[in-house]
Design a protein around this ligand. Structure first.
Ligand SMILES: NC(=O)c1ccc[n+]([C@@H]2O[C@H](COP(=O)([O-])OP(=O)(O)OC[C@H]3O[C@@H](n4cnc5c(N)ncnc54)[C@H](OP(=O)(O)O)[C@@H]3O)[C@@H](O)[C@H]2O)c1
Length: 320
């Protein structure tokens, strides 16, 4: 049994073999590390760059490193993917800090969404073929890497004729925006939706999808009238405060939305249908990617720092 030298938290047993690791580390299998120069010549041929996060859980400290890992062999239902681009979202940062609703079993690679291109498929793969673009079916896949071998069911294909930034940012924020517009109130063309943080990735998608549905959006508010207030993020990490008079006299309803829970409550086919609906809007020019700044994977530190800066309104996209 090993314990973190900084905070005393228990480490997975693999880290007791290597005294360099004083914190829990994502994506780090000692067997996969290129430790010696003699190893390097053999392993580098099969290695992929991969962005790893070392997290000291009690200190909430985020310490990311680029590492080379071995690429697994492509088995029957496996898909070899070359990652093309992956955003840095608040949930990625929250996950690394250990304060997200879904924490992957360690070790793991950072990044929950992104787009990749299929390089090769195993003999029993039927849903995708080399050249197809794919995005993660669920959070926790680890998209901040140059290449990976995933199982077929971990991926869904998207059209490769949409812009790269749209594909890389399609699977989380536009899906969240679309579901919130569909699932909480029966909205009809001409109805209004009020949102705060409207310059966020989700907010930009809400504005565009609402417009495509004939809904009006009010994007800066101070007083909220009645209706349903859907909370989907907590950037300030503060409780939501609601006016008692609005709750009583206007029957204000407070609800929450989490895309990962929606996916658990719905079938993979329903998620694919949602993705195709959004791709349709992209094809028609009604949905574009949020404002983005591209950074090569190697510049991840600058990109992650930039992603946490206030008042920037530009999503960092790691390109591979
Ligand atoms: N429930 C779900 O399924 C779901 C799905 C997707 C996203 N989310 C959540 O939605 C939120 C937005 O995600 P995103 O990718 O759209 O983010 P984003 O593009 O990175 O934008 C972040 C937004 O948060 C604002 N912000 C940052 N710090 C703040 C603070 N301390 N107080 C108030 N506002 C602050 C920013 O405003 P400034 O530009 O003024 O700094 C910006 O509008 C995150 O909390 C994310 O986890 C939830």
């Amino acid at each position: 049994m090993a314990f973190c030298a900084k905070c005393g938290c228990q480490l997975p047993s693999v880290f007791s073999e290597d005294p360099r690791f004083t914190t829990r580390s994502w994506g780090l299998h000692p067997g996969n590390l290129l430790k010696t120069s003699s190893d390097k010549s053999v392993k580098l041929k099969q290695a992929l760059d991969c962005l790893l996060a070392s997290v000291c859980s009690r200190e909430q400290r985020c310490d990311l490193k680029l590492k080379n890992l071995e690429l697994a062999a492509v088995g029957g239902s496996d898909v070899h993917v070359k990652m093309l681009a992956a955003p840095v979202n608040p949930s990625d940062i929250n996950m690394i800090q250990g304060n997200y609703g879904l924490l992957p079993k360690l070790p793991a690679v950072g990044g929950n969404e992104g787009v990749g291109q299929v390089v090769a498929v195993g003999s029993s793969v039927t849903g995708v073929k080399p050249g197809d673009w794919v995005i993660p079916a669920n959070a926790g896949l680890g998209t901040w890497r140059t290449e990976a071998v995933f199982s077929e069911e971990a991926l869904i294909s998207v059209p490769s004729d949409i812009p790269l930034q749209s594909a890389a940012t399609l699977g989380v924020n536009p899906c969240t925006a679309y579901r919130m517009l569909m699932d909480f109130e029966r909205l009809r063309p001409g109805d209004s939706v009020i949102q705060n943080a409207s310059n966020s990735g989700v907010g930009q998608a809400v504005i565009q999808i609402a417009a495509a549905l004939g809904l009006r959006t009010i994007n800066v508010v101070r007083d909220r009238p009645g209706g349903t207030m859907v909370t989907y993020g907590g950037m300030a990490k503060q409780p939501v405060i609601a006016s008692v008079s609005l709750l009583i006299f206007k029957d204000l309803k407070l609800r929450g939305f989490w895309l990962s829970q929606w996916k658990k409550d719905h079938s993979p086919d329903q998620f694919k249908e949602l993705i195709l609906t959004l791709c349709d809007l992209i094809h028609r020019g009604q949905l574009t990617a949020p404002a983005c700044s591209e950074a090569p994977l190697q510049d991840y530190q600058r990109a992650l720092e930039a992603s946490m800066q206030p008042f920037v309104s530009s999503k960092q996209i790691l390109t591979m």
